[in-house]
Design a protein around this ligand. Structure first.
Ligand code: NAP
Length: 525
């Protein structure tokens, strides 16, 4: 079966044989995708003209209601999505829930939050600015929804969440969305779009999807559009420097890879709640979605005196995880999504091993439960230990996109700060400590290079939302290597889909333009 693309208000099958999407446990080909023959320029134009015009005619609260209706459709079809996640991504039930339920949660959050913007269609920012000696000539800043299309080029690891975490704020802002999911796992995104289109919630052109190669998509984006990319730093660099993107100053948001850290404070000694919370979170981050999360913990920075105990504790827990075919009883860790990802993970792991010792896993002879290693894409959860600190190279540079993390001992707070910063920009760092002096030194010293810093102490305990969990109400994105993008953060996430314009003129005009505008302060930015 070849999955159809949804463009110019029609379902259109791509030409040719297409590319097969496979089951990473059995190697079986499941469905095929092709974007060949799709008129991408026409598809974008249709989205702008039909979808954009219809969405912008609606109010924020009406569009918020659409998001709520989408969430209901997806909730009703949840079982289908879990099945596709299992077959196409090798997802355990927990992994599928992380992606699918995370997507639904995201939509519901924006449906709720969007109501606050009421019956407005654009936003007014701040007070009028006096520009003359009298009130006859003033300025007023506005945030106007983009009149173009939001083009999403997504990564393979979150086919559901990755689509809706971008689409929710875009649609709420009144901007149509055009999705190019990553090929290996495109099936789930395509099915969700199919269900949403069938439900008739969105106006024609408000959502489009093209599966398979992006081809010359970026040749057709304009200054009215936005490109939101999630994926590797290498692909991001190609997008940023695309001649058309450069020539037309197309707005581009990049969420790239990241070598995130978990940091134990000097007080997180074995036997303390902070130590136990760190161990639990590291194990969770290494195993959920088999470590295929951009936010996953890659480096564990621990005081030199406790680093070995920490490594032993994490290694001990990993030994209790059954890794294999998620259809098998008791399996908690599945495969990577493809043989290509497995090969990339092995390559990265080999580099890390050059400067690390193996605490747990990493075995070439690893045998997954109920799966043939020759056709499946498993990587054994692997914990490494590196005593080279800041002088290590690969540990701070190589993101193994799988169940692999490295313990790195540090000498003092300054050393911990230097190591965290050596990631050159990360999505998240989590800190396990109740030592206020340590936190007062560390948190501000790493904040400019991290999109999110999560601090957990005994009082927070199990109430924290997770190192790798992206909350719709909180910022997602990170500087430097992490791509420099910013998404979510509640209604803040809408700012990217608006453009600021100051209108200078007489008070009657400014009053008329302001009358139906919501206050941009509601975005919270
Ligand atoms: P990737 O290889 O860079 O691909 C990402 C997307 O770009 C895919 O849809 C891919 O399509 C498309 N693409 C590739 N070359 C292109 C080109 N020349 N023009 C237009 N589109 C192009 O990344 P990936 O392997 O899917 O994802 C894994 C990476 O994503 C990891 O490094 C991870 O850290 C990062 N990630 C980051 C976040 C975040 O929020 N920061 C979230 C998830 C993942 P095809 O699949 O068809 O090649």
């Amino acid at each position: 079966m070849k999955l159809a693309n949804y463009v110019y208000g029609q379902w259109v099958e791509g030409a040719g044989e297409g590319i097969a999407l496979t089951d990473p446990v059995t190697g079986e080909a499941l469905v095929r995708v092709s974007s060949e023959g799709i008129d991408l320029a026409r598809a974008l134009d249709f989205a702008r003209r039909e979808g954009g015009t219809a969405l912008r005619a609606q109010t924020y609260e009406a569009r918020a209601a659409m998001l709520g209706a989408i969430a209901e459709v997806l909730t009703a079809k949840r079982a289908d999505y879990f099945d596709i996640s299992l077959r196409n991504s090798g997802a355990t039930e927990g992994d599928a829930g992380f992606d699918v339920d995370g997507a639904i949660f995201m939509l519901k959050s924006y449906a709720r939050a969007g109501k606050a913007l009421g019956a407005a269609r654009h936003l007014k920012e701040g007070a009028r600015v006096p520009l003359a000696k009298t009130e006859v000539f003033q300025g007023q800043h506005f945030l106007m929804p983009l009149t173009g299309v939001a083009v999403f080029i997504n990564a393979f690891n979150f086919p559901a969440w990755g689509l809706w975490e971008k689409a929710a704020p875009a649609l709420l802002a009144g901007v149509p969305v055009f999705v190019k999911p990553a090929t290996p796992t495109a099936w789930l995104a395509q099915r969700m779009v199919e269900d949403v289109v069938a439900a008739g919630i969105l106006p024609p052109g408000a959502i489009s999807i093209v599966c398979g190669s992006a081809r010359e998509l970026l040749d057709h984006v304009t200054e009215c559009d936005l490109v939101s990319f999630t994926g590797s730093a290498d692909t991001a660099a190609r997008m940023r420097t695309h001649p058309n993107v450069v020539a037309r100053s197309v707005r581009i948001n990049v969420e790239a890879d990241s070598v995130n850290s978990a940091i134990l404070g000097p007080d997180a000694q074995p036997g303390t709640p902070e130590f136990d919370l760190a161990v639990k979170e590291v194990v969770r981050e290494m195993t959920i979605k088999t470590g295929q999360k951009c936010t996953a913990i890659r480096r564990i920075l621990a005081p030199a005196a406790v680093a070995r105990a920490l490594a032993d504790a994490v290694g001990g827990k990993l030994a209790g995880f059954k890794v294999g075919n998620p259809r098998s009883e008791g399996v908690r860790v599945g495969p990577l999504v493809s043989k290509a990802q497995q090969a990339a993970a092995f390559e990265g792991l080999a580099k890390l091993k050059e400067e690390c010792e193996v605490v747990f896993g990493g075995g070439a002879d690893f045998a997954p439960v109920d799966a043939d290693p020759a056709v499946s894409a498993f990587v054994q959860p692997t914990l490494l230990f590196c005593d080279k600190g800041i002088n290590a190279r690969h540990v701070h540079d190589v993101e193994v996109f799988g169940p692999v993390a490295t313990v790195v001992p540090y000498a003092d707070a300054a050393d911990a700060i230097a190591l965290a910063r050596r990631g050159q920009g990360s999505l998240v760092a989590s800190v396990y400590s109740g030592d206020t002096a340590f936190l007062a030194e560390l948190v501000p010293a790493i904040a400019d290079l991290h999109g999110r810093v999560m601090v957990v102490d005994a009082a927070v305990g199990a109430n924290h939302t997770g190192h790798g969990n992206v909350m719709p109400s909180c910022l997602h994105g990170g500087p430097g290597r992490a791509g420099g993008g910013e998404e979510l953060g509640g209604l803040r996430g809408l700012a990217m889909y608006h453009r600021r314009c100051v209108v200078q003129g007489g008070p009657a005009l400014l009053e008329a333009l302001s009358r139906d505008a919501a206050d941009a302060a509601l975005l919270g930015a």
